[in-house]
Design a protein around this ligand. Structure first.
Ligand code: GTP
Ligand code: MG
Length: 257
């Protein structure tokens, strides 16, 4: 797949860094305009259409996004299809429901590029009631504790907004294709010694119908998928994606290698 913003070959200086934002999308026509207009200038939006029936794919295309079709349902299936479709240096992820502003990913990408972190996650800070149901918040907190026990990582949230290098992400060999995908990414990155950070991001009430955390069924499925990820045996630490450095003590509470 060609990138719409190729690095000009005839200009002096280092080639431009390319960044793609993967936007998993299942019936998000109401949210798409808000999301796409916030993609940083020069970045490409890859909308992964996961079987929408509300015209999301055509709308995304008309808004200038690259559209990838992933017929297999599941948040992880959609995210991974976007990752494999990307040819950029950096890949960011963001939900496509207008709960998170993809424009906030710009400093994430800059810091990954500068090498100060290998994976940066947005820590969701709910803005007003309705942004994050109580049961979802409690589930997320419990998950953060389990993650800490499993990896030593001190994260407060396993949010969907993140940035990392594409080749490093592919190297994690992620296998979950449902709700466990975001957790598996963090667990495997931690096992491999990545430096993982989180940054506050405002979390807004989503536009359109809730599919996961707004429903008990969705939450239950997410918990089931995430428990399966946490039960996986640790992979042999392969070292950091760029430098091979281990995570610092400030980022982790213990060494699990
Ligand atoms: N749940 C779900 N989301 C998908 C799927 N494929 C793509 N998505 C998109 O993934 C993003 C996250 O899904 P959401 O439905 O927002 O899940 P959530 O944020 O956990 O929960 P709610 O916002 O409360 O529904 C959205 O942009 C969805 O459109 C899928 O198969 N299931
Ligand atoms: Mg959402």
């Amino acid at each position: 797949m060609t990138h719409p913003y190729p690095a000009p070959a005839d200009l002096a200086g280092p080639p431009a860094v390319r960044t793609d934002v993967v936007l998993p999308c299942l019936d998000e026509a109401a949210a798409l305009p808000w999301v796409i207009e916030r993609i940083p200038a020069g970045w490409r939006a890859i909308v992964v259409d996961n079987g929408s029936t509300d015209g999301s794919a055509d709308l995304a295309r008309s808004l200038g996004a690259t559209v990838v079709h992933e017929p297999r349902r599941g948040f992880g299936a959609a995210c991974h299809a976007g990752l494999t479709a990307s040819d950029a240096d950096l890949v960011c992820f963001c939900d496509c429901d207008a709960s998170l502003d993809p424009g906030l990913l710009e400093p994430f990408a800059q810091d990954v590029l500068a090498g100060s972190a290998d994976l940066i996650l947005g820590r969701r800070r709910p803005q007003g009631p309705g942004a994050w149901p109580v049961h979802a918040r409690a589930g997320n907190l419990a998950l953060s504790h389990m993650l800490r026990r499993r990896t030593g990582l001190r994260l407060h949230d396993l949010g969907p907004m993140r940035a990392a290098r594409r080749e490093a992400l592919l190297g994690l060999g992620l296998t979950d294709r449902r709700s466990g995908y975001p957790l598996q990414m963090v667990v495997r990155a931690a096992d491999a010694g990545w430096r993982i950070e989180e940054r506050d991001v405002p979390y807004l009430p989503r536009t359109g119908k809730s599919k996961v955390t707004g429903t008990w069924r969705g939450t239950w499925h997410a918990v089931r998928d995430m428990r399966a990820v946490l039960a996986e045996p640790p992979a042999g630490g392969a070292g950091g994606p760029a430098t091979g450095e281990r995570a610092t003590a400030a980022q982790r509470t213990g060494d699990t290698t």
